[in-house]
Design a protein around this ligand. Structure first.
Ligand SMILES: [Fe+2]
Length: 136
């Protein structure tokens, strides 16, 4: 079962950013598949490592892009990225301690965050970028 399904409403119009967002959707769906397999915390753990690494790459791509054009809302946007990293690290730590089953919470949290972030924050950034290109 897919926890996140790609649709046009997630497109920002920036091919690199959109490509990475699509991959994030795939990785979150993968993670969600692993959590259905209750026997395998290891697989979930591996999937979360892969996803975290990709999130790091993706945030860097966006942050480099924003810096390269002196995006005025850069600090806020980066703060959003940092908050996500912080909150997910906390959840993952708790998961690894194994006290409660957090797998469903983690994949729900990540998918909700990603959907909102793309539709609000990333779109705003790319719209601004397009406006700048149009002005030149
Ligand atoms: Fe972003």
């Amino acid at each position: 079962m897919e926890i996140v399904t790609w649709s046009k409403s997630y497109e920002t119009g920036h091919p690199v950013v959109d490509g990475q967002h699509r991959n994030l959707f795939k990785l979150i769906n993968n993670l969600n598949l692993e959590l259905l397999d209750k026997e395998s915390n290891q697989a979930f753990s591996d999937a979360i490592e892969i996803l975290s690494a990709y999130v790091g790459t993706h945030f860097k791509t966006e942050e480099d892009l924003m810096k390269s054009v002196s995006y005025p809302d850069f600090e806020n946007h980066r703060q959003e990225h940092d908050n996500l990293k912080e909150q997910s690290e906390k959840l993952i730590k708790l998961f690894r301690l194994g006290k409660v089953d957090l797998t469903a919470t983690i994949s729900k949290f990540l998918s909700d965050w990603l959907k909102n972030h793309i539709q609000e924050i990333d779109k705003k950034m790319i719209d601004w970028l397009k406006g700048q290109e149009g002005a030149n």
